[in-house]
Design a protein around this ligand. Structure first.
Ligand code: SF4
Length: 103
């Protein structure tokens, strides 16, 4: 199972246009929320536990930061480049975020 990754990602829902291009490109990392905006997630098949950063069980926005599977870095970067809202934020892996999460 993956633990530490190269990158992490979050979506600024204030800028999301809700077109879903991100999920079309990287369905393991992005998913649509009930209100028509998109959020990030971590898949159990990769990280051992599924976490959807939708503001319910886990925070959304800048506090809802998901690890990017190392073998999906290119697709997530492509999703960020194609995102019409320019709201997919990619950051280096941050151990402090994981510690806050209790991982
Ligand atoms: S591609 Fe960007 S604007 Fe479109 S749904 Fe995904 S995060 Fe929102």
């Amino acid at each position: 199972m993956a633990d530490e990754t190269k990158l992490m990602v979050w979506i600024d829902q204030d800028l999301c246009t809700g077109d879903g291009i991100c999920e079309e490109i990287a369905p393991d990392v992005f998913t649509g929320r009930d209100d028509g905006l998109w959020v990030v997630k971590e898949e159990a098949s990769i990280f051992g536990k599924t976490i959807i950063f939708d503001g319910n069980d886990a925070p959304d926005g800048a506090r809802g930061v998901a690890r990017v599977p190392d073998d999906q870095v290119e697709t997530v970067v492509e999703a960020a480049e194609e995102c019409p809202g320019e709201c997919i934020m990619i950051e280096p892996y941050d151990a402090a975020i994981m510690a806050e999460r209790g991982a």
